[in-house]
Design a protein around this ligand. Structure first.
Ligand SMILES: [Zn+2]
Length: 115
């Protein structure tokens, strides 16, 4: 399962953060997942729960925020959200635009309960 390997790498990042902040308890993990990343948020949450069940992060909840597919036009430099696979520039009509967002998988924030 693809999402399980992603959950594993997220856990590694969280463990590294926890090592830097001894004594603090992580309560919420904000993730930003692009529409094009091909990640199922439910499967990722499921994988995360399975992975952390017996760890100190068992109560660390995931807050997943989806981000839209965005393109930039090389002709007029406008940036726009792509809907229904319509990647043509809405400003000047250029057909050949470039993807600049929607493939990301980022940790947006970690909410910490300070002791
Ligand atoms: Zn344009």
């Amino acid at each position: 399962m693809h999402e399980l390997s992603i959950a594993t790498s997220i856990l590694e990042t969280v463990e590294a953060e926890a090592a830097k902040r001894p004594g603090s308890r992580f309560v919420k993990l904000g993730l930003r997942i692009g529409e094009l990343a091909g990640i199922d948020p439910d499967a990722l949450t499921f994988g995360w729960e399975a992975l952390t069940r017996d760890t100190e992060f068992a109560n660390l909840a995931l807050a997943i925020e989806g981000t839209p597919w965005k393109n930039r036009c090389p002709v007029c430099a406008s940036e726009f959200v792509v809907k229904d696979y319509q990647s043509q520039c809405p400003a000047c009509g250029e057909a050949n635009t470039r993807c600049i967002g929607g493939e990301e998988l980022d940790i947006a924030y970690i909410e910490v309960d300070e002791p």
